[in-house]
Ligand binder design. Structure first.
Ligand code: NAD
Length: 497
């Protein structure tokens, strides 16, 4: 019998009473490795009530103690990086190095959360009027919640709960039902680090459990990462219920290649950024825009991408793993097919890809299209597979206009040897994260993850100072003290100054 994934409620890993179970499969083999329960309404209520009760004591814990919890947690995550990565490999199929990277990027956010005392400093102005000072504190909100996608099962939950909890909140996490076991390991280590009971709760499930979070009056703020339609739904429903919401959604990231760029750097960058992680990255480069004579490099780019391929995580030569599910694979295949029908040239076709020894895996080979136009579905939709579209334009200005016309604004890159071209691009492009000769410009956690346009709904972004603002409220105090009232008194004295 396969194991049933436990819920983590009120400090205990508990068996759910739910009769709604979703199979968790190994995407390289289709083996069912676990069943994940959809938490019942009573279990959701219990988790939220426990988080609400825990907030009353957790918010009083000194900020330096909260920071020390994060220091211990960061160390435990480092000690167990390989164990967590092994779970990711099994339930998501990432290569071992990629899975370790998923954990590492999360650890960096926990390290940032360990800096919480300086991040929570308020502001002061003395003498705003005679004898009057104004100062502000930032204080936690209460119970916050996170809803996470399948593609970074360690990093994205770690974008959320460590900073929220370091700020003094308590947290309800609803991980992806497609790879829920990684988060249970993260919770187990959080307990080992000394997290008090009730501060973090993990509830499993799908839409129904998300809806319970969206409608519960005791949840003050929601962080979401996932697809565009669900992101819009969560933003609209959460704010309609008067909650604070930050929703990170889908993307279509362009890399602009100028003719003066270093060709070999461009090719190396495109191989990793387009098909790495099977294209299942919100910052993947899915459109390469070649300016002028740089278009001559397209055949070489396709040839280089054709040299890598997917494989099982036990194979150190595998460049990337499978798609998360047969449905995800079928969607990518149908988009590749549609691209061909719509008239794009398929320079490299990964639609009939096999991996020896793993006939049931959700494999898609690397795929490259040229002659792509903005009307085609392969351009309009986020494919979320190992598929690169290439396009050509005549000038940098034309490239900027193309990128700015996209409804998405998560990430972009320009490859060039010209500081002037790079400066023009960074200044004019309407995208929140820009790489200059860096293909996937994900900021480290002392900055924030700042997607724009249809890739983000909300105001304050993930991690960095913005996350601390998102998970806190500002209290501004204006105080007047009268000199006349100063008196120092003790048992044997009373002195007026
Ligand atoms: P998804 O939207 O299908 O699922 C995300 C979460 O929402 C899951 O926990 C899921 O259970 C829940 N959910 C799914 N359908 C729902 C519904 N109808 N109502 C309420 N909740 C629902 O996303 P996914 O397929 O797991 O992840 C891939 C997507 O995430 C891609 O679009 C990718 O670009 C995006 N993503 C964005 C970022 C970013 O920072 N912008 C980062 C990673 C992933």
């Amino acid at each position: 019998m396969t194991q049933q994934v436990k819920l983590f409620i009120d400090g205990e890993f508990v068996h759910s009473n739910s009769d709604k179970l979703i199979p968790v499969t190994n995407p390289a083999t289709q083996e069912i490795i676990a069943q994940v329960p959809c938490a019942t309404a009573a279990e959701m209520q219990q988790a939220i009530a426990s988080a609400k009760a825990a907030f009353q004591t957790w918010k009083e814990v000194p900020v330096s103690e909260r920071a020390r919890l994060m220091m211990r947690y960061a160390q435990l995550l480092k000690d167990h990086q390989a164990d967590i990565a092994a779970i990711i490999c099994e339930e998501l199929g990432k290569t071992v190095e990629d899975a370790k990277g998923d954990v590492w990027r999360g650890i960096e956010v926990v390290e940032q959360a360990a800096n919480i005392p300086s991040l929570m400093m308020g502001e002061t102005v003395e003498n705003v009027a005679r004898s009057i000072d104004t100062y502000s504190y930032i204080q936690p909100l209460g119970v916050c919640a996170g809803i996470t996608p399948f593609n970074f099962p360690a990093m994205i939950p770690l974008w959320m709960f460590p900073l929220a909890i370091a700020c003094g909140n308590t947290f309800i996490l609803k991980p992806s039902e497609q790879d829920p076991m990684t988060v249970n390991k993260l919770a187990e280590l959080f307990v080992q680090a000394g997290a008090p009971k009730g501060v973090l709760q993990v509830v499993h499930g799908a839409k129904e459990q998300v809806d319970a979070i969206l409608h519960h009056p005791d949840i003050k703020a929601i962080s979401f990462v996932g697809s565009v339609n669900v992101g819009q739904y969560i933003y609209k429903t959460g704010t309609d219920n008067l909650k604070r919401v930050q929703a990170f959604a889908g993307a279509k990231n362009h890399m602009v290649i100028m003719p003066d760029a270093n060709k070999q750097q461009v090719i190396n960058a495109l191989v990793g950024a387009s098909v790495g992680a099977a294209g299942q990255r919100c910052m993947a480069i899915s459109v390469a825009v070649f300016v002028g004579s740089a278009a001559e490099w397209i055949p070489e780019v396709a040839a280089a991408i054709g040299k890598v391929g997917p494989g099982h995580y036990s194979n150190p030569n595998a460049a990337y793993g499978p798609q998360i599910s047969p449905q995800a694979k079928a969607r990518v295949m149908s988009l590749i097919d549609q691209g061909k029908k719509e008239g794009a040239t398929c320079l490299l076709d990964g639609s009939s890809c096999e991996v020896e020894g793993y006939p049931k895996g959700n494999w898609v080979g690397p795929t490259v299209f040229s002659n792509v136009t903005t009307e085609m579905e392969i351009y309009k939709q986020e494919i979320f597979g190992p598929v690169l579209n290439t396009m050509t334009v005549n000038s940098l200005q034309e490239a900027i206009e193309l990128v700015n016309a996209s409804p998405f604004g998560n990430g972009t890159a320009i490859f060039t040897a010209s500081g002037a071209a790079a400066r023009k691009y960074q200044h004019n492009v309407e995208v929140g994260q820009v790489g200059i000769n860096v293909p996937i410009p994900v900021p480290l956690p002392f900055f924030s993850f700042t997607g724009w346009k249809g890739s983000f709904y909300g105001d304050q972004h993930a991690y960095g100072k913005q996350a601390v603002r998102f998970y806190t409220e500002t209290k501004t105090i204006t105080a007047r003290w009268f000199d006349d009232d100063i008196a120092v008194s003790g048992p044997n004295m009373s002195i007026n100054l």
